[in-house]
Design a protein. Structure first.
Length: 319
């Protein structure tokens, strides 16, 4: 079904409402209804996205559980929004990515719960996107080898106010620039190896602000390769849950000229504890500014270990 204007009238963004029969309270409000018992609701959702005009629009998912066995595919200039936690997208079969933003720009996905149901590898994946926003998502139970949010080769995006738990890694950006990662709650992310809360890989100029990262399998926040990030006002607690006294709450690995201030790191009260509050790991980390952090009681071995090159710590950290 396509809601297009009469001939000669300008095409403007529109909103399509989607409901789930047997799960949404009132399906009469909907433009599209996913069939009760369907395990492939992405077909209906993707059709609604395709039916939007070229200028874009909004897909509004009513409350209910939408079962998918393949990816939802947002287009450029499209917002997909739900009713918060009560709008659940649940993986009904093994798949790689629940939501895939592939070379699309100005995408907004928000107010949805993604339940990977231990069969989907990733919650939300975006590649080569600009000025997109991924906010107020609740992402849980991807497989132990995958991630809640994974974004690659992208720029000027916002990742904010998400709750991400029980994945291998919470948030990963790779080869991205000028990203904003703000006010996320990331917890219980671990795996066989390398279960980081947040992994910033080979990227630059990120603002990583006011996130809470708890109970990561290895390092809570790992900055690896390139750099020039602002890592400010984050709380990172109880990292190294996979192996006691092995990983840091915040670790830098060949990451340069970062501004790391006002973070609160704690080793926590769990049986497994972080080895360091902050670890500047190796001479390949150059010119980092690491000061004004609260590192008291943040590591079992040491609160702060710096083996980097030309690290600036004045006026100092609280250890």
């Amino acid at each position: 079904m396509s809601r297009l204007p009469p001939f000669g009238q300008a095409i403007v963004p529109v909103t399509f409402v989607i409901a789930k029969d047997g799960s949404s309270l009132d399906t009469s409000r909907a433009d599209y209804v996913c069939s009760a018992g369907s395990t492939s609701d992405q077909i209906t959702i993707n059709q609604a996205i395709s039916d939007l005009p070229a200028v874009g629009g909004k897909i509004a998912l009513l409350e209910g559980t939408y079962n998918i066995d393949n990816s939802i595919l947002p287009d450029s200039n499209v917002e997909i929004t739900g009713c918060g936690y009560s709008t659940e997208i649940r993986a009904s079969a093994a798949m790689n990515r629940m939501i895939l933003v592939d070379t699309k720009n100005n995408v907004n996905v928000n107010n949805i719960r993604l339940n990977a149901n231990s069969v989907a590898n990733y919650g939300l994946v975006a590649g080569t996107t600009t000025e997109s926003r991924f906010e107020k998502l609740y992402i849980q139970l991807t497989t132990v080898t995958a991630y809640g949010i994974y974004i690659a080769t992208s720029s000027y995006c916002m990742i904010g106010k998400n709750i991400i738990k029980n994945n291998k890694r919470g948030i990963v950006t790779e080869q991205c620039t000028l990203m904003n990662i703000i006010d996320n709650y990331i917890t219980d992310n671990s795996g066989v190896i390398n279960g980081n809360g947040m992994w910033i890989l080979n990227g630059s100029y990120h603002n990583i602000l006011e996130n809470r990262v708890e109970k990561s399998g290895t390092s809570g926040i790992l900055l690896q390769a390139q750099g020039y990030h602002n890592l400010l006002n984050n709380a990172v607690i109880s990292s190294s849950q996979d192996i006691d006294d092995t990983y840091a709450n915040i670790e830098l690995h060949t990451s340069n000229y970062n501004n790391i201030q006002l973070n609160n790191c704690k080793r926590g009260a769990l049986a497994n504890k972080a080895k360091y509050g902050i670890y500047v790991n190796g001479a390949g980390n150059i010119g980092n500014f690491v000061t004004n952090n609260d590192l008291h009681d943040s590591g079992s071995t040491a609160s702060f270990l710096d083996t980097g090159t030309a690290t600036i710590t004045a006026p100092g950290n609280r250890v």
